[in-house]
Design a protein around this ligand. Structure first.
Ligand code: ZN
Ligand code: ZN
Length: 267
């Protein structure tokens, strides 16, 4: 079987406040690790309480990616992206950002539920089921805006469960997941396989294989794969494993977005 190319389409650079590596360094290492491309998806944070608020610099990122494209021409396909943090109350901010910043790839994500950060403390306070329910409600609204090319880490709360908890039984949340996946299929929104779950010891990516498989069964054709790396050491890690999972779920291609238009790449 011919194997396709490896793309890491969820990467944070030093333009995210919680990451520290510059675009050029990331590209050097991407080549060393045999990647064919990467998307720099720094945080566009909309919640003023977030340390990353106001940090995204569209001009600087576009400039650095442009320089890197010249330096690595023909060897590495580099995309200007943003991981856009959705909360319904901040929708106008997102619309203005998308109008102003010429992105290749708009990756929608949810980190906050009604102005509360979804983290370990949130899970401890509200419990896993309430966190999933609230989280999926906001994800559904994010998808419903039709503003995003792909949706990141569809079931993020599991990353913040205490290790002794074990994975959440998805059955009570399956109806919400189905609604979200159907809406994504209707709109052509891509589903991200966020492979960070493996390196965080969850034993599966975000979302899990059953959800990826269901998206395919419902007619979904667009998958993106990313590490969500904030450290150069994990750039590209488990992308091949993510592709294997995608193939098992029935996908023959991943989708990359160039100038917000989908491009199919064989895997
Ligand atoms: Zn995220
Ligand atoms: Zn991220």
């Amino acid at each position: 079987m011919t194997r396709g190319s490896l793309f890491d389409d969820h990467v944070h650079s030093s333009m995210s406040p919680d990451a520290r590596d510059g675009v050029a360094a990331l590209c050097d290492v991407a080549l060393e690790r045999g990647l064919a491309g990467l998307a720099i998806t720094d945080h566009f944070d909309t919640e003023p309480a977030d340390p990353g608020y106001g940090h995204y610099d569209c001009d600087r990122l576009s400039r650095e990616v442009e320089q890197a494209r010249r330096a690595y021409e023909g060897r590495l396909a580099i995309l200007v992206g943003a991981e856009i943090c959705f909360q319904p109350v901040f929708l106008p901010r997102i619309v203005a950002f998308l109008d102003a910043c010429p992105l290749d790839f708009a990756l929608g994500s949810v980190h906050w539920i009604e102005r509360e950060l979804v983290d370990r403390a949130y899970l401890a306070q509200h419990g896993a089921d309430a966190a999933y329910e609230g989280y999926l409600r906001i994800v559904e609204q994010a998808v419903g805006t039709g503003l995003f090319d792909a949706i990141a880490h569809l079931d993020l709360p599991k990353r913040h469960l205490p290790p002794e908890h074990g994975l959440v039984d998805l059955r009570p949340h399956w109806a919400a997941l189905e609604r979200i996946l159907k809406l994504m299929v209707e709109q052509g929104t891509a589903l991200e396989i966020n492979v960070s779950g493996w390196r965080h010891g969850l034993g599966e990516p975000l979302p899990c294989e059953a959800v990826v498989r269901r998206y395919r069964e419902l007619g979904g054709t667009r998958i993106t794969i990313g590490t969500d790396s904030h450290r150069i050491g994990v750039l590209g890690r488990d992308i091949a494993r993510g592709q294997e999972l995608a193939r098992r779920a029935g996908f023959t291609h991943v989708t990359r977005f160039v100038g917000r238009r989908p491009l199919s790449m064989p895997i």
